[in-house]
Design a protein around this ligand. Structure first.
Ligand code: GH3
Ligand code: MG
Ligand code: MG
Ligand code: MG
Ligand code: MG
Length: 307
């Protein structure tokens, strides 16, 4: 059915088909006051296997944006009652950048400055109506490929490749500005005698342990930021009450102590040491306090929480 409308060009069929298989997940929001054009746009996008929702003006679109968290693309008209496309684009850009949420502007206006005005307001791209269907598809796919690349780069820059946890960079970007939250807790965790795990079970065994510990931390601290700082060292930032936080740390310490992991038919037992810090101090202060307490935990025999 792709060929039906685009028989004149074969060159972009391959990326189109690849997207069809890989990316059923992209959700698009069509914003257009004309029912005929809206229906046509929805139809074109659904044929590319995109999930589509629609709004009749900018105000409605912003409401939908608050209800749906996973919209990757907005296709918007300019002239609409209540809120026009350029005003809406400018408002959206206060909360979402071009990589988080792509916007393609459309307009049937004869005003040739429309392209520049949309782009300056923050649109990723613009097309005059009526448009050539192939050009529309090419631009949509270009925008979505850029978004996929941006998502991939974001992951590579902020996630730990082995465990899938956040990395140090993400942690500092998130928390260096301080917090306005009532409760602010930091914990530094370090696996005890991890070098021995590598020596006894190989680097693969060590890696498997890191993945298991990461899973445990994610499970026990699902509302917190859990990061791998490097090697066998992890950091948790949480905004819950401090007594609850300490009991969660004790619980995960005990859970890991009791856990019997198996690697290539042999059992691996490990323990972890933890240092925690609380209050609304700077992130640097809290980290060095946690680190000092982690050192105390190691010195006092490991497998314990110091706070
Ligand atoms: P302590 O109880 O004092 O923390 O002793 P330790 O042996 O855990 O600490 P040490 O810092 O001496 O050793 C950490 C080891 O972690 C050394 C390094 O080879 C290993 N390591 C670091 N990153 C990785 C990794 O990604 N995978 C594996 N398998 N090992 C790693
Ligand atoms: Mg209109
Ligand atoms: Mg060490
Ligand atoms: Mg260690
Ligand atoms: Mg260490």
């Amino acid at each position: 059915y792709l060929l039906k409308d685009s028989a004149s060009s074969v060159s972009y069929l391959i990326p189109l088909l690849r997207r069809l298989q890989e990316n059923c997940r992209h959700k698009a929001l069509v914003v257009e006051d004309s029912k005929t054009v809206r229906t046509h746009l929805i139809n074109l996008l659904e044929r590319q296997n995109l999930q589509v929702i629609a709004a009749e003006n900018g105000t409605q679109a912003i409401e939908l944006l608050q209800q749906h968290t996973n919209i990757s693309l907005i296709i918007t008209d300019h002239d609409m009652p209540e809120k026009d496309g350029i005003t809406m684009t400018r408002e959206i850009r206060r909360n979402f950048d071009r990589n988080q949420l792509a916007i393609l502007g459309l307009s049937g206006s004869s005003d040739r400055s429309m392209t520049a005005r949309f782009l300056k307001a923050g649109a990723n791209d613009f097309l005059y109506k009526p448009f050539n269907q192939e050009e529309f598809y090419c631009r949509i796919h270009h925008i979505l490929n850029m978004k996929d690349t941006a998502d991939k780069l974001y992951k590579m820059a902020n996630q730990d490749a082995l465990t899938g946890l956040w990395n140090r960079r993400y942690f500092f970007n998130q928390h260096s500005r301080g917090t306005t939250e009532e409760h602010n807790n930091i914990a530094m965790l370090d696996i005890d005698f991890f070098k021995k795990v590598n020596d006894n079970h190989g680097h693969d065994g060590g890696d498997a342990v890191l993945v298991t510990v990461a899973k445990q931390l994610q499970h026990h601290f699902s509302d917190a930021t859990v990061a791998r700082f490097g090697g066998e060292e992890f950091c948790i930032q949480s905004n819950i009450d401090r007594t609850i936080f300490v009991s969660q740390l004790e619980l995960v310490r005990l859970k890991i102590e009791q856990l019997i992991m198996s690697h290539n038919g042999t059992e691996i037992n490990i323990t972890i040491s933890i240092g925690a810090s609380f209050g609304n101090k700077s992130i640097d202060e809290m980290l060095s306090e946690s680190d000092a307490r982690l050192y105390t935990a190691k010195k006092n025999g490991r497998n314990q929480v110091v706070w």
